[in-house]
Design a protein. Structure first.
Length: 141
């Protein structure tokens, strides 16, 4: 059985941080991973450890807030859009599989999103076309 891993692009998409920032965190030792065939790969555990650091958590929170703020301040749109905050509490402090379930669909649906896990709650903030958000919610059941 192969362990699911993430790329720098995946982590950037899930956190809302840009790839340059992710590479800086990697260079500073805040993010640990393995470089294979010239590409960095990160396990879910390494990504979780990365997100639990105070400095990283603050940066990710600021980006998540920006998703909502940007959505709210846009006065005119050319197409319909929606913003969704999806919370999933976890039992006994175990991070739920929300991040993995979402990461498989986000790029395909071209949604903007941010993710964080803190104090027993996984929160995803997503924005994009209403039909795409509806499809994502239907897949999550």
């Amino acid at each position: 059985m192969m362990t699911e891993t993430y790329t720098i692009q995946d982590i950037a998409g899930m956190t809302g941080l840009n790839e340059r920032t992710i590479r800086s965190y990697l260079a500073d030792g805040l993010l640990k991973g393995e470089k294979t065939d010239g590409a960095w790969r990160f396990t879910a555990e390494q990504f979780g450890d990365f997100l639990r650091q105070d400095m990283v958590r603050a940066s990710v929170q600021a980006k998540a807030n920006a998703v909502v703020y940007d959505f709210l301040i846009t006065d005119r749109r050319k197409e319909s859009a929606a913003c969704l905050i999806l919370d999933q509490p976890s039992a006994e402090g175990q991070e739920p599989g929300l991040r993995e379930a979402l990461s498989e669909q986000i790029n395909r649906l071209e949604l903007r999103w941010a993710y964080r896990y803190q104090d027993g709650m996984a929160r995803s903030i997503l924005s994009g076309p209403p039909a795409a958000l509806g499809e994502l919610l239907a897949r999550l059941g």
